[in-house]
Ligand binder design. Sequence first.
Ligand SMILES: [Zn+2]
Ligand SMILES: [Zn+2]
Length: 133
Amino acid sequence: MRDGGCQCGAVRYRCPNEPLALYACHCSECRKQSGSAFGLSYEVPRAEVALLAGTPRRWSRIADSGRRRDCLFCPDCGTRLWHEGPDSDTITIKAGTLDTPVDLSSAIHIWTKSRLPGVAIPTDARQLPGEPD
Ligand SMILES: [Zn+2]
Ligand SMILES: [Zn+2]
């Protein structure tokens, strides 16, 4: 298992050491929520994630798929921590909140059709122009 948390340390969690999948998402929503070039989603089974400290706040939006996405963040420092859906068995942790660095060499790059100019994607990385199936 590995631990992570928000920038101020109020919210802490524990999750599996290996993700089911790791995505680098170049969509405009991930750009907004991260304030950066792309979002990192570390997908893990919901049942294997434990909250160790704090109570994240929740903000919800409707994704392009029509499904609701719940976005959890620290109420004190605002760090986005993970996203979940009401019907999903998995959650996607914002991988930059993990205490130990993730290896992006196996990341799947999605929504590459909307990536920022100047963002280089490794030529051997899996890439999808839009949403994964
Ligand atoms: Zn915080
Ligand atoms: Zn995205």
